[in-house]
Design a protein around this ligand. Structure first.
Ligand code: SAM
Length: 318
């Protein structure tokens, strides 16, 4: 059985054996990982990476990270090992109604404008690193609460980790996932289970299609990236700048002219020299293609006042 590691030397012990991550192997491994997944570990993260992978590597019966590197690089079954690696690297930190102003911007401004311009055309939304599903379900709640339940919309929800996607498909959540969602919404869209967890209403997931997709693989994401609205939140914080540029290039090539890209609160594209600029929609920030900012921000003029919204019972605030 593996014992605790010594972080500075990135050395692990299990049984009488030691498993270490020497600098040269760390560099080989992290360069391979960033090429394949976009996720980047800088020099200060050597111990962290070893920590993330050591148990899994040991479970493969391996005694060295170099062997694991060769497995990922050359094994005929490498695909399944990459899938497991995505599970080990996943940071499953998410919750319902995270940055609600970005859901409100969609439901109160972007979606109504879309239906006004293209009546009957489905609004396509992509949650690009959906983790265990809280983000796409929040989108579905916001649209339904805005009275758009009968309008055509489809949410594509993807993640690179098969384990996360399985959890998302299952739709069962602990109390902790609801820490930001108003209780009335939890009670409206989830059923309390006897073990204290909550099951998502099937009506809520009806328009959600779950897909396994690696953001660092342009072929996998190109079809999804033609969405009118992309939520790609709290995943670029783990990516190298080059990896972010490559992903955003696919978005830029595939999204419609006035497509809208929501990132996480601590993520920015401004220094990366990409063809996106920051726009304010309602009280939420988004990225839009270069030259489209004024066109997209014109949506703000169509925002109903809080009083109008309350009168029609169609808007929600967090
Ligand atoms: C912190 S969660 C973000 C969840 C959600 N978007 C949010 O903001 O609450 C990060 C997710 O990114 C996923 N991820 C990391 N690298 C990825 C990649 N290359 N392709 C797709 N998903 C990836 C992880 O599996 C994890 O589920």
């Amino acid at each position: 059985m593996m014992q605790r590691r010594e972080p500075q030397s990135a050395v692990f012990r299990y049984g009488t054996e030691s498993l270490s991550l020497p600098v040269e192997v760390f560099v080989l491994l992290r360069d391979l990982i960033v090429r394949r997944t976009g996720v980047y570990f800088d020099d200060s993260k050597r111990g962290f990476l070893a920590d993330k992978l050591s148990e899994g590597v040991a479970s493969l019966g391996m005694t060295s990270f170099l062997d694991y590197y060769y497995l990922l690089r050359y094994d005929t079954d490498a695909g399944q090992h990459w899938s497991r690696l995505m599970d080990w690297l996943a940071v499953p930190e998410t919750y319902f109604w995270r940055q609600p102003e970005q859901f409100e911007a969609l439901a109160r401004l972007v979606a109504p404008a879309h239906y006004a311009r293209h009546p009957g055309e489905p609004l396509r939304i992509w949650s690009a690193a959906c983790c265990s599903g809280e983000e796409p379900l929040s989108i579905a709640i916001a649209l339904t609460e805005a009275g758009l339940g009968n309008h055509p919309w489809e949410i594509h929800a993807s993640d690179g980790s098969p384990a996360m996607l399985q959890r998302a498909r299952h739709g069962r959540y602990s109390e902790r996932a609801f820490r930001q969602l108003p209780i009335a919404l939890r009670d409206r869209y989830f059923r309390a289970c006897s073990d204290g967890t909550w099951q998502a209403d099937p009506g809520l997931t009806r328009n959600i299609r779950w897909t396994l997709a690696n953001l660092a693989n342009p072929v996998e994401i190109a079809p999804l990236a033609s969405a009118h609205v992309i939520y790609c939140r709290n995943v670029f914080i783990y990516f190298s700048e080059d990896a972010i540029r490559s992903v955003v290039k696919v978005f830029s090539e595939r999204m419609p002219e006035t497509g809208i890209l929501f990132l996480g609160a601590s993520e920015a594209l401004t220094r990366l020299g990409v063809n996106f600029e920051l726009a304010e929609i309602g009280s939420g920030f988004a990225y839009v293609k270069g030259g489209q900012r004024q066109r997209v921000e014109a949506l703000n003029g169509s925002m109903p006042s809080q009083a109008d919204a309350a009168a029609t019972g169609k808007a929600r605030t967090a």
